[in-house]
Structure formats: C-alpha cells, structure tokens
Design a protein around this ligand. Structure first.
Ligand SMILES: [Zn+2]
Length: 129
C-alpha cells in the first residue's frame, strides 16, 4: 500500500531568504510535514529551457522526491531581487510559466504549481489561464 504522502517538493532558488517562506507555505497548503528542496540560482530561468545538463539534474532529483518520498506536488518558484535571474517580475512570471510546461513535459504523476515570492517574502500562487 502506498504510504500517505507527507512530502511535497519545491524547485526553489538557492537564495537563503526564500527557503523558509516556501517550506511554510507548502506545509500549510498541502498538509505535508516536509518539503524536499531542490535549489539552484534562478531555477525559473534554468527550467525555461526544455533541456540542458542542469535540467536533467533537476529532473533526476524531482524523481527521487516522487519515488522515494511519494511527493504529489511540485512547485517551481521565482522571487523578487533574484541574483541568479535578475529580471523584472513580468519576465519571472513568464519564466515560471515556461518552467511549469517543462516539468509537465516529464509526464510525472504529480501536480505542478508556480509560486512567486514578493519583496516582503510573501508567497503568491500563480494562476495561468
Ligand atoms: Zn534567486
């Protein structure tokens, strides 16, 4: 029997400011105990491209989180004042959208969401119509 999922997964920036806000938001939203954190500088920029060595590396880590920890949701994030992806909020929003498409193309049995962390370190879920 599949154990109850108590993990979620975030592909987050390495920036120290955005770790706890994302963890706390996901724990609350999905009622999980732990959030597996896959960090890179500016992950929304990295995942805007469909393939690269780094995209493969991120995918491998996501698969571990799903297969070993039974995570059922993957968040990809962008944040204000990102050193790894120093672009406007509008471009971040576009990058996050493209990143969701990249992750969905992996055909994994999980939900994929996009999060924006604003200058006050508040987490906002992005809704793309
Ligand atoms: Zn960043």
């Amino acid at each position: 029997m599949k154990p109850k999922s108590t993990f979620a997964t975030a592909i987050n920036c390495m920036d120290g400011r955005v770790q706890i806000p994302v963890i706390e938001w996901m724990k609350q939203k999905y009622n999980v105990q732990f959030v597996d954190m896959i960090t890179e500088p500016g992950p929304d920029k990295i995942l805007s491209k469909e393939s690269s060595e780094l995209v493969n590396s991120i995918r491998n880590r996501v698969v571990i989180s799903i297969e070993k920890h039974c995570s059922e949701v993957i968040a990809v994030t962008g944040h204000d004042d990102c050193a790894g992806n120093p672009v406007s909020k509008e471009i971040h929003i576009e990058h996050i959208k493209n990143s969701i498409e990249t992750i969905k193309s992996w055909n994994l049995p999980v939900s994929v969401i996009g999060l924006w962390i604003n200058k006050d370190l508040e987490v906002e879920e992005l809704n793309y119509q």
